[in-house]
Design a protein. Sequence first.
Length: 211
Amino acid sequence: MYKTLLLTAITFSGIATAQTRIKANAVFLPVGMLNMAVEKPVSPKISIQGEAFISPWKSFDGKHLEVGMGTVEGRYYFREMMKGWFVGVYASAAAFNLQKWNYLNAITVTDEFGNPELRADGSVRVTELYQKGYAFIAGISGGYHITFSEKWGMDVFAGIGTVQSVYKGYYKDNDQRYDKADQFNKSGEFLPTRGGLMITYTLAKADKVSN
């Protein structure tokens, strides 16, 4: 997970110079998740953005939700650089320990014959499942940048893409594998993978970025 974030930080240090825009996602901050980005123009209407997302929650409302993700995005602005409507393409790499969206509810564990397993006290074994692994994402995005002042603004954006994952699945009650794969499971999904409301600050020529 943290190798992904280190690569993203290196990307940030390379592009965070004067005339770039630094950002924080106001949607995730209240729940203790960090989503930061740096955007830099590379032509009159095209920019490149490096982004990091960190969810440190080993347990969030009783669910596994630990994620580290780095993203690189290219954007095209229809009107003017870093103003108004834009579209983009992006690629992400992530490491995760979470409960996938379709594994949030507890299940009755069954044996090889389909019969419910019983605990030592005679009760039926019911537990949730979680997954640990890596994901690679590619997608398209769109949004709108609102300018408040020379330096302050806001991005409203969303993106959807293909998510290719390799992971191992575990029972939550004993941390043992529930899947039958010798190594990793594989899955492919088409999902919303990014979005929010970024508060943005534009670095002026006189500003300096500390190392």
